[in-house]
Write a protein that binds this ligand. Structure first.
Ligand code: UDP
Length: 246
């Protein structure tokens, strides 16, 4: 496959793509039976990557590294980059489910707690009539052989992996050659949101790029994780006007 053009933000690669361009490319990958991995890159992941170069190299090798988070857009803009639109993980996942109207793709949901997973599956099937969810597996199973055989027996085209980061990206890379699916996508807490166990930030917060702030209000325990946003902002601003290096 031809990898999409990308920019390097503090050493992490981020694709320059539109949501439509991304969907078209993924459809071609599925139709041509190519195996691709998708990761949503946000400021938090970029800072984690700076402290863990192995993880950074791993994510840089993913076929799609989508620009998730207003921080990525602003960082690109400040440095004369070309990333113009956010492409969030959850919106990409939902858009791929929406393809069920036109294609007969088979979807598999892996991750999150069993009750969350069951609710997410029901919700998706209601929201996208015709969607084929051919199997599910909760994220607290430890038997890797069982996980892989369940996925492979279901013969999915797409596997959405909700184990949280960095666990899901490590898992995706580890099993890439053992799973017979085209698309392996890390979707973090998306099943929690789809199942309505966690609220997605209201439209106003999303439009202003303040989802992170809403999440902090709802889950103050994430304060430590959110300090990475501050580190990201400082690093981006101190390098303002210069081309990024690592
Ligand atoms: N999770 C899981 N197995 C684990 C750890 C986490 O299935 O061993 C699930 C957890 O139940 C939740 C999701 O992974 O549904 C993590 O969500 P979070 O919002 O923390 O992920 P992020 O989007 O921040 O990476």
């Amino acid at each position: 496959m031809t990898m999409p053009p990308f920019e390097s933000i503090l050493g992490s690669k981020v694709d320059v793509l539109t949501p439509t361009g991304l969907l078209d490319a993924i459809r071609r990958d599925i139709d041509d039976h190519r195996c691709v991995r998708i990761v949503a890159i946000n400021p938090e992941k970029i800072i984690t990557c700076r402290n863990d170069r192995t993880y950074q190299a791993l994510l840089n090798g993913f076929e799609y590294k989508i620009p998730d988070g207003i921080g990525i857009l602003l960082a690109s803009k400040l440095h004369g980059g070309q990333i113009k639109e956010r492409i969030t993980g959850i919106d990409t996942m939902l858009a791929l489910c929406d393809l069920a109207h036109h294609q007969h793709y088979r979807h598999f949901l892996y991750g999150s707690k069993p009750e969350v997973l069951a609710l997410a599956k029901n919700q998706l099937e209601t929201q996208y009539p015709g969607l084929k969810i051919v199997g599910t597996m909760d994220g607290y199973q430890s038997d890797q052989d069982k996980i892989l055989s369940t996925i492979n027996q279901a013969k999915p085209d797409l596997v959405f992996v909700a184990l949280g980061s960095p666990k899901q990206e490590h898992w995706i890379s580890k099993v890439q050659n053992d799973v017979s699916a085209s698309v392996l996508m890390g979707v973090g807490g998306s099943f929690d949101v789809i199942s309505q166990q966690k609220e997605r930030a209201p439209e106003g917060f999303r439009r202003l790029g303040l989802e992170w702030f809403y999440r902090l209000l709802k889950e103050p325990s994430r304060l430590f994780r959110q300090t990475k946003l501050l580190t990201f902002s400082c690093l981006v601003l101190t390098r303002c006007g210069k081309r990024y290096s690592v």
